[in-house]
Design a protein around this ligand. Structure first.
Ligand code: N01
Length: 637
């Protein structure tokens, strides 16, 4: 099902027709690879702005040249046939990746080569196996993206494991986020496990059902389902020092259960529990009340007067999907979102492009790489996010590059509502680009806000009455239903689970609302305990995918288990100094990013004002830090 091998090119006519739909940078990289000649790469345009330049800014004339060359290279007897199945040799790989990233990639080559080879050889798989008599066993909490991945890697290493999942299905956040219009905002060509690619994504950014189906297929294909205990909520986990294992208590429909395992992996992520704002009178509302992350399937809003609270990523998907069905829709905005032009956001992948993905050797890999490229190094997304004290940073922009991004996004928004300056003034954010998640925009957000049956309310909400949302200007907005698109309790990692480590220390008490971990993975005082998608492992921009970070974390986890087994020790616990030093460095980075610098509200900062969510550096940096477990950083007992 995953990673189908490229099929032989069928006919020249088919090829020429399909090439019309090729993504120019991905095709250029493919051709340079297959011919071994980096000189076929055209100049990139658009000043390198990853955010706003489609097709890498390659002009139409150059695109036509690439298509003609492709027809030759991919013809029977052409260079593609001679290229074989190998990745480019290091010199060529350096030239290709340097072109895409705009920086020297010498130090990044192992990471890039590993990802490029992912779908063919899965180089990240564990190379060791559990030995007979080993005491290794693992309890995983959560059957979402990270939990399934950890389970698969453990199965490869023949380490016994069980997954405890409070829901009825796999997919984590995708299981619960079943609201109208739900789809990824990371391209599907990137939003998957590197070793389990698909060529047949129906859309560039797939709908929730497709993503959920991917996780179901994955769990089935790799026989993980039989290890999952559904409807099982872990309520407590306590480290038993004498036995050197974790004791778990859980709630199931059949009653309380207990389990034990040498290692505990919490893969509950950051976007698990819905957040409801503390608005006076919230519980008094007598109509239908729905949260985006706990949508009731089959809910019909047709003909109802609806208030939707929030203007984040979830709202941006729900609002266009329900407007027109509702009798009236009032959208309550506290802070406006920045919008990133993505004209193909809701578009299907044309049949012809799918044909290329299936038939052209390495096109799929290079497309994934091209989509990932802005997040890999220092010159992509990060370049626009770094606060430049010399600029000097303000709530408008934090650097000249960030100011340029602002100008580009502002121009795109202005073009959409140029004839309505009053609306424009209300939808343009008053904080730097990057301080909150930048939303994908195919025009539908602002178009929907302009509908006669939709109203954007920017007055502060002062309360909720049984039949209305009340605003500070004294207006009653009478409604039949409220949709809370108000996000997640992202700072409360793993809540309300009670996790007790060495000496009876309780994790959420010791964190006190300010979660920290070494590499987002391990915590002092909590031996044999690993988090996946833990503190400071969230991605800042749209230049990568959280799948990548989970893969890095899982590689580290498996390597830690290998070291434990080989050393004959019973536990590993990160040293406090290592943890503290690392977190100081992460905080330093986050303080110099828009989400750390800006005073705007967002889930990217906790109640202490610290960003416990985002990773402030490059994906390559996280890869470097997590590619191997260093026992010297741990108390190994
Ligand atoms: O939640 P959010 P989300 N009065 O926290 C507003 C991922 N995701 O569910 O900005 C009025 O971003 C709040 O206002 P403000 C993605 O990582 C991915 O939309 O704090 N408004 C904000 O507008 C995303 O970043 C996909 O001033 C109030 C909104 O509620 C993350 O999930 C799709 C308020 C909450 O926005 C969270 O996104 C969806 C109040 N009292 C989500 N309190 C994909 O496509 C809060 N708000 C993969």
């Amino acid at each position: 099902m995953f990673n189908p091998s490229p099929l032989p090119v069928a006919s020249r006519a088919e090829l020429v027709a399909a090439l019309e739909h090729a993504d120019a940078p991905s095709l250029a990289l493919t051709l340079a690879h297959l011919t071994g000649d980096p000189s076929v790469l055209p100049a990139l345009g658009g000043g390198g702005s990853w955010l706003t330049t489609p097709q890498g800014g390659i002009p139409p004339r150059e695109r036509a040249r690439l298509r003609s060359l492709a027809a030759e290279v991919l013809a029977p007897g052409g260079a593609a046939e001679r290229a074989g199945d190998a990745l480019p040799e290091p010199g060529l790989l350096r030239a290709l990746t340097r072109w895409a990233l705009g920086e020297d990639t010498t130090a990044l080559l192992p990471m890039i080569a590993e990802d490029l080879a992912g779908a063919r050889t899965d180089p990240k798989r564990p190379r060791w196996r559990r030995q007979p008599g080993s005491r290794l066993s693992v309890a995983i909490v959560g059957a979402g993206m990270s939990g399934l991945l950890a389970a698969h890697r453990l199965a490869q290493a023949e380490v016994p494991f069980e997954i405890y999942e409070m829901g009825e299905d796999v997919g984590g956040t995708w299981q619960h986020n079943d609201y109208p219009g739900c789809r990824t905002d990371v391209p599907s060509q990137l939003y998957h496990y590197s070793f389990a690619a698909r060529t047949d994504w129906p859309d560039h950014f797939c709908e929730r059902e497709v993503v959920q189906g991917y996780f179901r297929d994955f769990a089935k294909e790799f026989r993980l389902v039989e290890h999952i205990r559904f409807r099982t909520e872990v309520t407590e986990a306590a480290w038993d020092e004498e036995e050197a294992l974790w004791r778990l208590r859980m709630r199931t429909p059949e009653g309380e259960r207990e389990a034990r395992a040498a290692v505990l992996v919490c893969a509950t992520g950051q976007l698990c529990r819905p957040s409801f704002p503390a608005i006076p009178g919230r519980d008094s509302f007598a109509g239908l009340s729905l949260h985006s992350a706990r949508w009731e399937p089959g809910t019909d809003l047709t003909g109802r007067r609806v208030a939707l609270i929030g203007t984040g990523a979830s709202a941006a998907q729900i609002v266009p999907a329900i407007a027109g069905r509702t009798a009236r829709l009032s959208v309550f905005q506290r802070t406006a979102p920045w919008l990133r032009p993505t004209p193909h956001y809701r578009a299907p992948v044309p049949e012809a492009e799918r044909w290329l993905l299936e038939h052209v050797p390495f096109y799929r890999e290079w497309q994934r790489f091209w989509l990932f490229a802005p997040g890999i190094g220092e010159r992509g997304v990060l370049d626009g996010w770094i606060v430049d004290p010399g600029h000097p940073p303000t709530e408008r922009a934090v650097s000249a590059r960030n100011e340029a991004l602002r100008a580009a996004l502002l121009a795109s928004m202005t073009a959409q509502v140029a004839d309505d300056p009053e609306l424009l003034a209300r939808v343009v954010p008053d904080y730097p680009v990057g301080a909150k998640r930048v939303l994908r925009d195919d025009g539908s957000w602002l178009r929907t806000l302009r509908r006669p049956d939709v109203r954007l309310v920017t007055e502060r909400i002062s309360g909720i009455a049984p039949d209305a949302v009340l605003t500070a200007d004294g207006e009653r907005h009478e409604v039949d239903a409220i949709v809370w698109a108000t996000g997640f309790r992202a700072s409360e990692f793993m809540a309300p689970m009670r996790i007790t480590g060495r000496g009876g220390t309780e994790l959420s008490e010791s964190w006190n609302g300010d979660a920290r971990a070494y590499l987002g993975l391990t915590v002092p005082g909590f031996p044999n305990f690993f988090l996946l998608y833990g503190p400071n492992t969230n991605l800042a921009g749209q230049g990568g995918s959280i799948f990548y970070f989970s893969e890095c974390g899982t590689t580290y986890l498996l390597d830690a288990l290998r070291v434990l087994q080989e050393s004959g020790a019973r536990s590993a616990e990160v040293r406090g100094g290592i943890h503290d030093h690392y977190n100081a460095w992460v905080d330093q980075g986050n303080a110099l990013r828009p989400w750390g610098f800006s005073g705007t509200t967002s889930w990217l900062r906790n109640a202490h004002g610290r960003s416990a969510q985002n990773w402030p550096y490059s994906a390559a940096e996280y890869w470097r830090l997590t590619r191997g477990f260093n026992p010297e950083e741990y108390l190994i007992r």
